[in-house]
Design a protein around this ligand. Structure first.
Ligand SMILES: Nc1ncnc2c1ncn2[C@@H]1O[C@H](COP(=O)(O)OP(=O)(O)OP(=O)(O)O)[C@@H](O)[C@H]1O
Ligand SMILES: [Mg+2]
Length: 144
């Protein structure tokens, strides 16, 4: 997860929204940690489970790491005032996006982690033009 996040970081652009899905303990926070390290963040990356969001500034980039597990009602997302964080200058990574249902902006990349007997499997789906571009660059780079 750390290695995947590290490699993925190179292809992320400001403005991207990334959903991380998978059961409790699947490795979502660990993947986000890898992405942050890959972007050059060298300090401790905490799980946002209790604060709902952890905010990072890496040179001029803002990265918001959310965890909506504790939401009981999708409307809590609206009330928390998080909508303004989803803007062209920021990367937003969201654990448990399903807890905010369809109130959230559309994800550019949707990453689903599954736990198997031996290890994890990861599915990455791009549903917007910026998301597709990111995956294409990544594919090209990994194959070369
Ligand atoms: N690929 C992996 N193989 C083995 N252990 C892993 C892997 N990825 C993460 N872990 C470990 O699993 C535990 C849970 O990981 P993590 O906190 O990243 O999960 P999470 O999906 O964010 O869970 P939550 O839904 O509770 O936020 C951690 O101890 C982490 O080190
Ligand atoms: Mg987590």
């Amino acid at each position: 997860m750390l290695d995947l996040g590290n490699r993925m970081a190179r292809f992320l652009q400001p403005g991207l929204t990334i959903f991380l899905q998978g059961n409790l303990g699947a490795g979502k926070t660990t993947l986000a940690r890898g992405i942050l390290h890959g972007l050059g963040y060298q300090h401790v990356v905490k799980s946002p489970t209790y604060n709902l969001v952890e905010i990072y500034k890496i040179s001029r980039l803002y990265l918001y790491h959310f965890d909506f597990y504790r939401f009981n009602d999708p409307l809590e997302w609206e009330e928390a005032g998080f909508r303004e964080y989803f803007n062209p200058a920021s990367i937003c990574i969201v654990e448990w996006p399903e807890k905010a249902e369809d109130l959230l902006p559309i994800a550019d990349l949707q990453i689903t982690i599954k736990i198997h007997d031996k290890g994890r499997s990861i599915e990455i789906r791009a549903s917007t033009e910026p998301g597709i571009q990111c995956l294409q660059q990544w594919n090209t780079q990994e194959m070369s």
